[in-house]
Design a protein around this ligand. Structure first.
Ligand code: ZN
Ligand code: FE
Length: 254
């Protein structure tokens, strides 16, 4: 078993710590800041082995340098992002496998939010660390990619097993859900999910992780084929990528 700890930091970021008790190896995904990670490491008596970055934005790499300096960990990130990842040690590309003890994750390239964005899929553990590519009922903004690229990237995630646990890097669920309801107001599962999410957030509890199954049922960026959604946005029988592009535009203006 891999132990996964979720640390809420900054306004709405999540940092994830992964620990394999057998090998005593520990990884941190997207350390926005260093101190909360150092505190947990000390509290648990864990030694940091790796930083796994999904992309170069400061709210994902802000803790890299300090963590590397204080723990001697190895920084892993997309090879193409080498110049813009602090402390970069090891570059990975689509299909590469990284290991944490006997656990392994496949790197999947998901350009769109940024050109070099990658996600880490621990297939045997059923975990996906998806950074800013996929959110609960949302997807990342297109800063360095086209809608077509992001759509292609999301198709890769859509194809993962439905039970895959999604660990995204932000708590954006409430705002995403409000938008989702504007494009699919009659989606019963979406309505129910929003009620649940509102209850969790009222108690300041995380709504992450999610699952691929839940996203297939409620995430508008996974639902280009919904005829109800197509009807709301006046894109009936358009190509899926064109429906996606329109939803992304509407969300940007929401
Ligand atoms: Zn980002
Ligand atoms: Fe971010």
């Amino acid at each position: 078993m891999l132990t996964v700890l979720q640390l809420p930091v900054l306004n709405d970021n999540y940092i994830y710590l992964l620990h394999d008790p057998v090998s005593a190896e520990t990884a941190v995904v997207d350390p926005a800041v260093a101190q909360p990670v150092l505190d947990i490491l000390e509290q648990k008596g864990w030694r940091l082995t790796y930083i796994l970055n999904t992309h170069h934005h400061s709210d994902h790499v802000g803790g890299n340098s300090e963590l590397k300096q204080k723990t001697g960990c190895t920084v892993i990130a997309a090879l193409s992002d080498q110049p813009r990842i602090p402390g970069f040690d090891r570059g990975v590309v689509d299909g590469d496998v990284i290991t944490l003890g006997r656990h392994s994750a496949k790197v999947i390239s998901t350009p769109g939010h940024t050109s070099g964005h990658i996600v880490y899929h621990f297939a045997d553990d059923n975990l996906l660390f998806c950074g800013d590519t996929l959110f609960v009922m949302g997807c990342g903004r297109l800063f360095e990619g086209t809608a077509e690229q992001m759509w292609q990237s999301l198709q890769k995630l859509k194809a993962l097993p439905e039970s895959t646990q999604l660990y995204c890097a932000h708590e954006y669920s409430q705002a995403n859900g409000r938008f989702a309801l504007t494009v699919e107001p009659d989606n019963r599962q979406l309505q129910q999910r929003m009620e649940m999410i509102n209850q969790l957030r009222a108690q300041h509890l995380p709504t992450v992780p999610s699952t691929i199954e839940q996203e297939l049922a409620t995430n508008p960026f996974f639902r280009e084929d919904s005829s109800a959604l197509q009807k709301t946005i006046h894109k009936i029988n358009n190509r899926p990528v064109d429906v996606f592009t329109e939803i992304r535009l509407l969300k940007d203006r929401f």
